[in-house]
Design a protein around this ligand. Structure first.
Ligand code: M6R
Length: 366
């Protein structure tokens, strides 16, 4: 059932072209000019009058939520808050009927996330779920929602669920944006064309497999890692660090690249490698200077760059290229090499990647 792969995690990483095809199926219509999400269509009024959206989740799903915040702000002009479900539920949240609370959960059984949405409903908010497991407790306790449809995820480290969650959050932001008139047709069309091609793009991105495998040998004995990104890819950095932590047991910290100079830069030396997500987007020039700051302190840099970027070769120690996509879609593509890097480092260390110590696939206790 591992489909010829050594582990479920590797199978799930390589499955992403087809899981994203399933996730997108039937949702992009009219020659890439419109999005149809039934959960949004059936609740137009709610989404029209929403004054605030709060995203609640845990772990990897919380990282997807951070990307969702940026997507919804960019395309719907609705203020968004992102909360850890465990903090939200005990944080005395102030909510009313004009609030939408969106929970994100692969399993649909995470105890804190379930309690968070139950509380939100009691307070009168409209609760929308983004879930993978059909019929799980969370979708049964929401007013509406969207399934990511990526199939069963067995590896404890979430991979295909993360890219599915970000894909659905993108569709949701675009669909609410089209409803509220906060996105122009040309922008919508350009993003939808790229999103529609995402399965092929991910297939391309997966070609870095061998290169990342080689690179992982160099870093398997590092004790610490920094993952840096900005804008859309700050959450990608958090997610890359979490993947490495949970399966390789190497301490890794994700950070917004520009925050480094406010403290963490003190940690950088030749034993502290950094993975820096630097696609050719609106913050590229800014992140170049962050790369230089790390290099000038003796830190090794692995840069994730857009294909064809020659300039970074002169600055970073290693460059991994990803296909070029619109800025809002870069987290999906940039996650691929980060998943592979964590995977191969853990395998080099002889760890059980599918069942890392101390972790369960779904956390049904608080
Ligand atoms: O099933 P959920 O998405 O609610 O799970 C949330 C987290 O427990 C989960 O994402 C966890 O962080 C993963 N092991 C990360 O790979």
């Amino acid at each position: 059932e591992k489909g010829g792969y050594d582990t479920f995690m590797l199978k799930e990483i390589f499955e992403q072209p087809s899981t994203l095809r399933d996730c997108l199926r039937g949702r992009i219509v009219d020659n890439c000019s419109r999005v149809v999400l039934s959960g949004v269509e059936l609740n137009k009024e709610r989404f029209m009058k929403a004054e605030r959206i709060t995203l609640v989740a845990c772990g990897t799903s919380w990282h997807a939520a951070l990307i969702g915040k940026r997507l919804i702000q960019d395309f719907c002009q609705i203020p968004v808050e992102v909360e850890y479900a465990s903090e939200f539920r005990y944080g005395n949240p102030v909510l009313n009927e004009k609030d939408i609370v969106i929970s994100i959960s692969q399993s649909g059984e995470t105890a804190d996330t379930l309690a968070a949405i139950q509380l939100a409903r009691e307070k009168g908010a409209f609760v929308y779920g983004i879930c993978n497991v059909v019929g799980a407790s969370i979708p049964r306790n929401t007013d509406s929602g969207t399934y990511i449809h990526v199939g069963p995820e067995i590896g404890v480290a979430s991979t295909k669920a993360f890219t599915g969650q970000v894909t659905v959050l993108t569709l949701l932001a675009l669909s609410v944006g089209q409803l509220r008139g906060t996105i122009d047709n040309e922008t919508l069309h350009n993003i939808l064309v790229s999103l529609d091609k995402m399965p092929e793009t991910i297939k391309e991105a997966l070609k870095v497999d061998d290169e990342v495998k080689k690179l992982s040998k160099i870093f398997a004995y590092a004790h610490n890692f920094l993952y840096l990104g900005r804008g859309y890819n700050y959450p990608t950095a958090l997610e890359g660090a979490l993947k490495l932590k949970e399966i390789s047991y190497i301490h890794a910290e994700g950070y917004p690249a520009a925050e480094m100079k406010h403290g963490p830069i003190a940690l950088i030396d030749h034993e502290m490698p950094s993975v820096i997500i630097a696609p050719s987007d609106s913050l590229y020039d800014k992140i170049i200077s962050n790369v230089q700051q790390v290099k000038s302190r003796g830190g090794a840099v692995v840069a994730i760059v857009s294909e064809g970027n020659q300039a970074m070769n002169d600055i970073a120690d290693f460059c991994i290229e990803i296909p070029e996509v619109p800025e809002c879609l870069t987290p999906i593509v940039a996650s691929i090499p980060l998943q592979l890097l964590a995977y191969y480092i853990a395998v080099n260390k002889g760890k059980d990647v599918d069942q890392p110590r101390n972790l369960a696939k779904s956390v049904t206790v608080e």
